[in-house]
Design a protein around this ligand. Structure first.
Ligand code: H2B
Length: 92
């Protein structure tokens, strides 16, 4: 299991993923698309990197908006896995 990051480590990591924000002890980004079909297409693109990492985002879909939230359930907070996946998602 990955170790929870300290507040200082989280701040350092946040600078590497500028479009993501800290929401409590979670990392979050909202994506907006043309319509529901494009939103779902994006969600489908998350499957491969998430499965490859063995790490899975929480996803909320509302028509053309997708809110991706990252946290490590096993650790009860943010770990390096969350920032690694955020980077991969940002590079899709
Ligand atoms: C056994 C398996 O690797 C774990 O249950 C993984 C699966 N995906 C996961 N995803 C996330 N976001 N947090 C976890 O703690 C987690 N645990």
């Amino acid at each position: 299991m990955s170790q929870k990051l300290t507040d200082a480590e989280i701040q350092t990591q946040l600078a590497q993923v500028p479009d993501w924000t800290l929401e409590g002890d979670r990392l979050q980004r909202t994506y907006r698309f043309k319509d529901f079909v494009e939103a779902i297409a994006f969600v489908n693109k998350l499957v491969e990197p998430a499965e490859a990492a063995g790490h899975h985002p929480d996803i909320a879909i509302s028509y053309n908006r997708v809110i991706v939230t990252l946290t490590t359930h096993d650790a009860g907070g943010l770990t390096q896995k969350d920032f690694d996946l955020a980077t991969q998602i940002a590079n899709l």
